[in-house]
Write a protein that binds this ligand. Sequence first.
Ligand code: ADP
Length: 732
Amino acid sequence: MLAKFFPRNILETLKNRLGITQLYPTQYEAVRQGALEGKDLVIAAPTASGKTLVAELTILKRLLEGGKALYMVPLRALASEKYEEFKNFFGVFGYKTAISTGDFDSDDAWLGKYDVIVTTNEKADSLLRHKAPWFDKVSVIVADEIHLLGSDRRGATLEVLLTRTKLMPERPQLLGLSATIGNLEELTEWLGARPVRVDWRPVPLREGVYYNGEIFYNDGQSVSLENHGAPLFDLAYDTLKEDGQLLVFSPTRRSAVSDARKLSAITSKFISPGELKVIRENIRRLKSEHSDKVTLQLLELLQKGVAFHHAGLASEARSTVERMFRDRILKVIVATPTLAAGVNLPARRVVVTDYRRFNVELGYYERIPVMEYKQMAGRAGRPRYDKEGESVLIARSLQELEFLFKEYVEAEPENLSSQLASEPVLRSHLLSVIATSELVRSLDSLGRFLLNTFYSYQNRDYFFVIERAKKILNRLAQAGFLEVRGDKLEPTQLGIRVAELYIDPETAVTGLDFFKKVDQASTLSYLYLIASTPDASTIHLRRGDEEWLEDILKSSSLGPVARPPEDEIEYEFFLQRLKTALLLEDWINEVPEEHIVEKYDVGPGDIYSLIQTAEWVAFALSEIAKLTGFNEHSVRLAVLSKRIEHGVKEELLELVSLRGIGRVRARSLYSHGYKSLIDLVTAREEDLAMIPGIGRALARSIKKQLSSEAEESHEEEEKIQELPEQGLDAYF
Ligand code: ADP
């Protein structure tokens, strides 16, 4: 079938070097529907049914015609996964793949040299806002996990991106890859694309519900399991004794850890000496990188052949767990539901322990949507290892058994629905389309834009959204981000910058209010300001937090900006922001990671994500201050942003600008008398190599970076940055 589209040498490479001898049904159908002929398609098919190869073949075809490809995913972890895969696939044909997920204030002109560009949706949006010069060469856009368009505020970014793509004068080919969704046709009608629905799976899936020692399947069969004292034990034992792997979904972090702990009694019986050796090597490595209590808790369980997996884990720990599971060293992972949307980690059996999930934002349990359950269940069945995959829900009563069958196993996934109408989303994206595209410069063209969104397509209450948009426009105009003159909409310099900086306009308003009110601010009050913007994430309060936070409040230097509010709920938010600001303050004062984890009851992964947004908000506010003439605030926030990025006191900023030098190594250099780059220029490489945590390779790299011809490719740069700061915390 491919012979029609590719020359012989390409077909041979596909066969001989990439092992593609036959198309999977998903691929066959997509090609039949015109993927390689440039047709816009959305493919809804189960995980592992070969959607990625459809994208690869389509991209390859466009590259051969001289084009360029943009591949968008919803999560950074997925971007890395795809990047690795594409480097190999397209590399074989001599094409270059790049990944770009960070820095929202850049057009990344360097990407122009690459053929395939992998980004997150947010990064793609920001590149579009910066009018990346290579954008018009893009001849195919792939939107992976396009079904996430229906989820929370991040889904709306994808909706706006797709709307903008739809309205491009020379529109690139669009390929959407999706899980099974109810209203695929509605989505494709909106996009002007063809729906391709395929139910085929490389490994068949059986879905069932466990109740009272038995699993009842959707094909009418049932089996009894050996009794090992608890449902999860029975299921684990049954999987492991057949040499299968088990992926358990547990509703909260706490329950994931406790389920993993309970399961360790079983998993420890199934580790071979060879596997234990590999596990121990990984434990040793992780221990030298992190010594916080969350990581230690994980390492203790790894030793027994089981892991928990949640967003609080350090990213190295998470990827180690994933890798060991893929290598079949680890037999059981207990994960929170976030894993289902993330990396591809199939197992023979998937167990969903609870159909409810804890909503941290709202503080209560909610039902998981059918679509999410299907995503989790769909992880069951490892190609090449399993003849069949199996997903099991656990029922605690006869009624629940019936309920789970009806509401989940036999239910159809929900329809996607647009999230665009939520106000924070709409105000950010409205400003963006007005400020960074020629698309919308009048009320009339704004109307046209809104009419083209999925929201309007789906709700047909266009007037509601236009009315809401008008209100938002007024507010944006009041804040000085745009001017409304009759029918014309003109962005101001400030408005353009806010959109480029990729922040919520309200973040800029919060910053400007602060700058106007405060002349001299303490570091803590800047951090509080950052934590109080809508773009920042904050940490939740735990029992007992209120007391120590109030003690700090009495003696702290928050200044007049942050007076504790009277209202009880507002007061809680206030304390959350304070707690977040204090965490960030500890971080930039070089408090070791394990102390922060202990004091604030967070995981290293949480610290990392807080830092990422806080660094960005600090930078953006500094830019806003610069543009509006608040120079002192601008300079201080710029320094603060760098300090947050690296987790250091100001005196180390020069040293951490070197690749491979993080907060711990920089402190090590500093305390050995190397306090600036000049000190390092005059230092001898041998002496640097002797400093704890530096070593020969890094000493060489430091000297090389400081020599005049230090020009390294992006890839080399990334490699050096990835060097872990091994074992350094032990020195301080
Ligand atoms: P999806 O993107 O739908 O989740 P993938 O594209 O990741 O699925 O495919 C799952 C696995 O199947 C991958 O390991 C991939 O290499 C393999 N695969 C896909 N298509 C083919 C094919 N035509 N021939 C052989 N292996 C394939």
